[in-house]
Design a protein around this ligand. Sequence first.
Ligand code: NAD
Ligand code: UDP
Ligand code: UDP
Length: 327
Amino acid sequence: FSASDGGGSVGVGGGGRRIPVGLKKPSKRVVVTGGAGFVGSHLVDKLLGRGDSVIVIDNFFTGRKDNVVHHFGNPRFELIRHDVVEPILLEVDEIYHLACPASPTNVMGTLNMLGLAKRIGARFLLTSTSEVYGDPLEHPQKETYWGHVNPIGVRSCYDEGKRTAETLTMDYHRGAEVEVRIARIFNTYGPRMCLDDGRVVSNFVAQALRKEPMTVYGDGKQTRSFQYVSDLVDGLVVLMEGEHIGPFNLGNPGEFTMLELAEVVKEVIDSSATIEFRPNTADDPHMRKPDISKAKELLNWEPKVTLRQGLPLMVTDFQKRLLSANN
Ligand code: NAD
Ligand code: UDP
Ligand code: UDP
């Protein structure tokens, strides 16, 4: 299905030894659920860029066609409008499962994608989250930490949905021998991030660009560790293709209070930007920072882009979208 399909020709090297010329790994057929979303669309760029065939499954709940429109017309790209809560039949080698509606649909979607992986023998990667650690009592968080989650709180449908998705993933691995991978993703930012989903980086950047005060919740001393999207996408691919199941923390250990983040946004966008304090939401984790020694050691992965390098890269994209009605 593509010019980059495996095989490659065999030529004769200088010493008369036959060596592969232009021998490429066979291109893979890959599903990316949630591929029209923020992280998914960057992952799709990377996979198509190296010659894979990619099927995106997305219901455009938070994703946008605009994020993948540059691939329309590419014969190796296919976009299916579909809700992962409904079963689907496909034939692929790998499934990156990013679609993430609020639980309990999250659980149903994960179950269907695991059922698909089991039927066709595909490798399945779950994008879990650092939220599985809840409001952590261990800092920084290692993958061995079981977490501190309020099961009946306002955030629990997301946290517990992902925890259940991890459980299902491991059960399909143990019970049905599905090859699985689990990534626990820490706060990620970059171009194509949703403008209006209320996350702190998108809020501060949009507010600073609109000359509105940046809304700091609580005392602003809570911490998060912010990862640039290209680092995450690299991590997802090495995880999918490596030998280790995980879970692996994928995040940037650079830790910032929300007040410090506001300062960096000020430096990058507008030195006259102001902040405004607002009440915090319930059960907000006080601090979060990944221990990434496991990913470093076993995946040979670590993030490269600092917050000060990454933030300017999303500003142009946000400026453009804030100016257009179709953002
Ligand atoms: P996003 O909202 O931009 O992307 C999710 C995509 O899934 C969207 O395109 C949405 O339309 C699609 N989708 C939602 N429900 C669907 C359904 N039922 N069927 C089909 N498609 C559906 O979010 P993102 O930031 O790109 O996150 C991608 C994944 O990474 C999610 O699983 C999320 O939980 C995880 N994650 C992200 C972060 C982060 O900081 N961005 C942190 C931790 C974990
Ligand atoms: N499933 C799917 N596509 C497939 C195979 C399964 O969407 O190609 C769904 C299936 O409809 C079910 C879920 O995945 O809801 C779990 O499938 P599995 O075969 O593990 O469970 P079972 O159907 O035996 O309960
Ligand atoms: N936050 C903030 N101002 C905002 C949005 C969020 O101060 O406009 C804080 C929020 O209270 C939390 C942190 O930023 O402590 C990260 O919030 P976000 O929703 O981005 O990510 P998560 O809580 O899921 O890590």
